[in-house]
Design a protein around this ligand. Structure first.
Ligand SMILES: Cc1ncc(COP(=O)(O)O)c(C=O)c1O
Length: 396
């Protein structure tokens, strides 16, 4: 018999993909410009110019045998060294090339990390709302995903509920800041509180828990919120799952890395576990052309002023129309309270106005919709009357 869990996973599309496919059909029926598709988190601004020039240089002047060849399983040494040096320069942590494992984006970083850490029956905690694929990644690694609630006024983790959820089976905690889908950025006080709770849990029970930070949106922060705390400065047993998908607008190139904190006592076993899980999953040697590319453009970020403009426009218009919105500090998502209890019904009604919004159920909370505002500003301008009509339809 086939592995029915995977057959089912392959047959059932995620709510987000489902909506995106619906949007494609609808655009073919009524015209692209008449459908307001806020479903996908696909960056809408191009990669920085330096990405293009460095890529052309690499392809034009580089040795093709090297560029298209295998690197070592964990990535090319000079690339890993450049990544570690960049992290050290920004966050003053003592990493070296052998703390870094190059991956095919954050999805691979997370699956490798979870497979390195958990045994069958372990629990992995995260905070709702959360990126829906965490359930899939945790289950595949043999763990149960435990979702802890956040404060609905801020979407910051509920620390009291977190302490309650920590138990003998807890092996890891995944945080994601800036967050998909809420856009919230966890401040220093949140990270310190999480670290203190984990240290206390370890002291009281002897159970060591790993803090995994999923960071595809680290560079996408607005206003004065330019500092996203680096977890290695707060907690020893920490692992960063990074991706260049959003920061450099390169989601199709599949490039990112895992950084394991050198400061943890059992570092060499954890890093070996990452290498072993990468090997077992077949995630060895991330694409070398893009390994070389990212090493040359570390520190560059796509022009995020468009996302900020989109956020500001949506936040002020939706608030004016009567929507309840928590203003996001980062990423490119807005999490908005649905105007009826059932978010799926609300998202269905939104479709009557050609608005494609993702209901919050798959993010582990009820009663909200996610708006991805990594879209053309002109589409938002066209969509605003539809948002207004949708709100008005609830006032009748
Ligand atoms: C929170 C979060 N984690 C991980 C990923 C996967 O990113 P990548 O394209 O780097 O695999 C995404 C993609 O949208 C995401 O939003």
């Amino acid at each position: 018999m086939l592995n029915l869990t995977n057959v089912k996973l392959g047959k059932v599309r995620s709510a987000i993909r489902e909506l995106f496919e619906y949007g494609r059909k609808r655009k073919a029926e009524i015209g692209e410009e008449n459908v307001f598709d806020f479903s996908l988190g696909n960056p809408s601004v191009p990669a920085p110019e330096k990405v293009r020039t460095e890529l052309l240089k690499l392809v034009g002047e580089g040795d093709p045998v090297f560029l298209h060849g295998y690197t070592s399983a964990q990535g090319d040494y000079s690339v890993r060294k450049a990544v570690a040096d960049d992290i050290n320069a920004r966050f003053s942590v003592g990493l070296d090339a052998d703390c870094i494992y190059m991956t095919c984006g954050a999805a691979a970083s997370l699956t490798i990390t979870l497979n390195a850490l958990v045994n069958d029956g372990d629990e992995v905690i995260t905070f709702a709302p959360f990126f829906p694929e965490y359930s899939v990644f945790a289950a595949h690694a043999g763990a149960k995903l435990v979702a802890v609630k956040s404060d609905p006024r801020t979407f910051a983790p509920d620390i009291a509920a977190f302490k309650e959820a920590l138990g003998a089976k807890t092996k890891a905690v995944i945080i994601n800041s800036p967050n998909n889908p809420s856009g919230v950025v966890y401040g220093e006080e949140v990270i310190s509180a999480l670290a203190a709770a984990l240290d206390e849990h370890c002291r009281a029970t002897g159970n060591a828990v790993y803090l995994v930070s999923d960071e595809p949106y680290r560079e996408l922060v607005f206003d004065d919120c330019t500092k996203v705390p680096y977890i290695m400065n707060y907690y020893k047993r920490s692992i960063v799952c990074y991706s260049f998908s959003k920061s450099l607008s390169l989601p199709g190139e599949r490039i990112g890395y895992i950084a394991v904190n050198r400061a943890m006592d059992e570092f060499s076993d954890v890093y070996a576990g990452v290498c072993g899980a990468g090997r077992a999953l077949g995630y060895v040697c991330a694409p070398n052309l893009f390994q070389q590319l990212v090493a040359r453009v570390l520190g560059c970020t796509s022009d995020i002023s468009v996302y900020k403009r989109n956020r500001d426009m949506l936040c002020s218009a939706l608030t004016e129309y009567g929507y309840e919105v928590v203003r996001p500090d980062g990423a490119f998502y807005l999490f908005v309270r649905a105007m009826e209890e059932d978010a799926e019904k609300f998202a269905e009604r939104a479709k009557d106005y050609e608005l494609l919004l993702v209901p919050s159920d798959s993010f582990g909370v009820k009663g909200y919709v996610r708006i991805s505002y990594c879209v053309d500003t002109a589409m938002i301008e066209r969509a605003l009357p539809a948002f207004k009509k949708l709100a008005e339809s609830y006032k009748k």
